[in-house]
Design a protein around this ligand. Structure first.
Ligand code: HPA
Length: 277
């Protein structure tokens, strides 16, 4: 109970500062940009920039290619709050620290979150450069942001994760991808803590478990968003094949290079989806 109250008062302090900095903007959609996908925030019009370090209790991004600031403005006719860079468990953040900005988005009145990342493809029919709309997830991080966060403070302790990735939003994403001629798959995302990439044996095991993609993010945000009833869409860019598939041995540089190359398609996909929501 004590911990919940601390979390709630931290959220209130952060909300107060963020609302002031938004200068009257009222974001409807939250967007979390993953590794190498941060440049999309440059498409936001009439932006305000708020570095995470200027929002009380927000942790800062420490990963290269994660800028570490909120960008609020207009995208495809909608007011969006973009996280230009995310927080990861492997940076030493607790699960609640990773989830904090998602709960903050909810406080601001945002009801829809689009979370994105670069991921390794486990499904051998996927290709590097494909996007993958998440249909569901397997949480292998061993973390959950709702541990210790309740009972009564934020929302219920127990809640369903069925259709956590909103079927309507997934349909919209497919329609936009088809219209824009962007190659998309749909599959099950598996999250690990990282920061080491997986072993070939882990990739084979994850495939046997039903996973199509793997990365080190997203699930804690999605759990937090569903905890407070926000609608979620998850999109991965398959930046590499999972370790061991056709001899693959992922590197950070490769992830970044593919993300840079796929930036135009990613921007088309994201603006199309935001416009259609
Ligand atoms: N594994 C885990 N995380 C990742 C990968 C991967 O292959 N690619 C990009 N992020």
């Amino acid at each position: 109970m004590e911990e919940t109250n601390v979390l709630l008062s931290k959220l209130s302090e952060a909300e107060e500062v963020l609302v002031n900095r938004l200068e009257g903007r009222k974001p409807q959609i939250g967007i979390i940009l993953g590794s190498g996908l941060n440049p999309m925030a440059e498409k936001v019009e009439d932006p305000v920039f708020i570095p995470y370090g200027e929002v009380p209790h927000m942790k800062c991004s420490t990963t290269t290619s994660h800028v570490g600031r909120f960008v609020c403005g207009m995208l495809a006719g909608k007011c969006v709050l973009v996280m230009q860079g995310r927080l990861h468990g492997y940076e030493g953040n607790t699960s609640q620290e990773v989830a904090f900005p998602v709960w903050l988005m909810h406080r601001l009145g945002i009801d829809t979150v689009i979370t994105t990342n670069a991921a390794g493809a486990i499904n051998e029919s996927y290709k590097v450069g494909d996007f993958c709309i998440m249909s569901d997830h397997i949480n292998f991080t061993g973390h959950n942001p709702v541990v210790g966060a309740d009972p009564d403070g934020i929302s219920f302790r127990f809640f369903s994760m069925k259709d956590a990735y909103d079927p309507e939003l997934r349909k919209i994403a497919h329609e936009v991808a088809e219209r824009e001629n962007v190659s998309v798959q749909e599959g099950v995302f598996l999250a690990v803590l990282g920061p080491s990439f997986e072993t070939p044996a882990e990739i084979r095991a994850f495939r046997a478990l039903g996973a199509d993609t793997v990365a080190m993010s997203v699930v804690e945000e999605v759990i937090a968003a569903r905890h407070v009833g926000m609608r979620v869409l998850g999109i991965s860019l398959c930046s590499n094949m999972g370790c061991g598939i056709e001899g693959a041995s992922p590197t950070d540089e490769e992830v970044f290079e593919v993300a840079m190359r796929m930036q135009p398609d990613f921007c088309k996909l994201m603006s199309g989806i935001v416009g259609a929501i």
